[in-house]
Design a protein around this ligand. Structure first.
Ligand SMILES: [Zn+2]
Length: 290
């Protein structure tokens, strides 16, 4: 038992931290891409297009987390505006006016136009009709990226301090079929769930395998690390040898929503119930009960 507690946090339009409602366990969940609130920024496209890449409903699908004793951190803005699953070094220099005065790295996602900020909302529709000023991008980072990452780090660090270990589940969704911007070839039919551990570098294998096998047991087709192994949020703060484990779960949107209308489909409640059962299995694992 531990006296670890977290206070709720709500930064309007930026993030929400939902604390555990049961006694704490060494787990943290986060949903960085489910936000639909459009920030106030100069843009050339419709709000619907900006929301198109969002992991709509993922925050709701994983909302069992507080009931098993894990905090749930949720971003409230769309990923095309600012992608929390990117490093600050993944700035797309093509989007910035003049010289960017901070370090950058060569990054495949940024080259595809899906860096820290997205060049295109989706397809070939540009997010902006001009470049961003250095100040605009710095402000975006300070207002949206830093609070989310510092809150996540605090959750992970405090949980690790209390238990000597932490299991982080980074929650996402994916289109049913690969497309022009994705790492898999356009037209690829995807599995029901992709579990990623950064090709074995972000988590102990037993935890990843338990998650994959439990989902398979529910009847889902499951792939490990292909085509998504996870990105910044599972790689930056994980260190399995030190008891810091991160995995990514990508849910196929065809399981629970119409990708055109974005309406929930009849499969929604079944998936949500199964994820909650998965939560119970993960809880027992991290508490050493299985
Ligand atoms: Zn995502």
């Amino acid at each position: 038992m531990t006296d670890l507690t977290f206070a709720p946090v709500d930064i309007d339009g930026v993030l929400k931290l939902i604390p555990p409602t049961a006694s704490a366990i060494p787990m943290v969940f986060d949903s960085p891409h489910s936000g639909l609130t459009i920030p106030d920024f100069d843009r050339s496209i419709s709000d619907d297009l900006i929301r198109l890449a969002s992991d709509t409903y993922v925050d709701d699908l994983f909302d069992f987390a507080p009931s098993i004793g894990a905090p749930l951190l949720v971003a409230e803005f769309p990923r095309s505006f600012l992608d929390l699953n990117r490093s600050l070094m993944d700035v797309d220099l093509e989007m910035v006016e003049g010289d960017w005065p901070h370090p950058v790295r060569d990054n495949a996602s940024a080259r595809r136009g899906m860096g820290l900020t997205w060049r295109y909302a989706w397809g070939d529709t540009p997010m902006h009709d001009r470049k961003l000023t250095v100040k605009e991008l710095e402000d975006r980072i300070d207002t949206y990226w830093r609070p989310y990452h510092s809150t996540l780090v605090r959750l992970l660090d405090e949980t690790h301090r209390a238990f000597g270990k932490v299991y982080h589940v980074n929650c996402h969704s994916m289109p049913a079929v690969g497309h022009a911007l994705s790492p898999d070839p356009a037209g690829t039919l995807r599995k029901d769930v992709v579990v990623g551990d950064y090709d074995g570098q972000a988590s102990e294998p037993d935890f990843v395998n338990l998650v994959a096998e439990t989902l398979s047991g529910f009847g889902y087709s499951v792939s490990l690390n292909v085509p998504f192994r996870g990105a910044e949020l599972v790689s930056a703060y994980s260190a399995p040898a030190k008891g810091r484990h991160s995995i990514q779960i990508e849910l196929n949107r065809k399981l629970y929503m119409d990708e055109q209308t974005r309406a929930k489909t009849s499969g929604y409640d079944d998936l949500k119930a199964n994820l909650s059962k998965l939560g119970d299995v993960m809880r027992d694992y991290v508490l050493g009960k299985r």
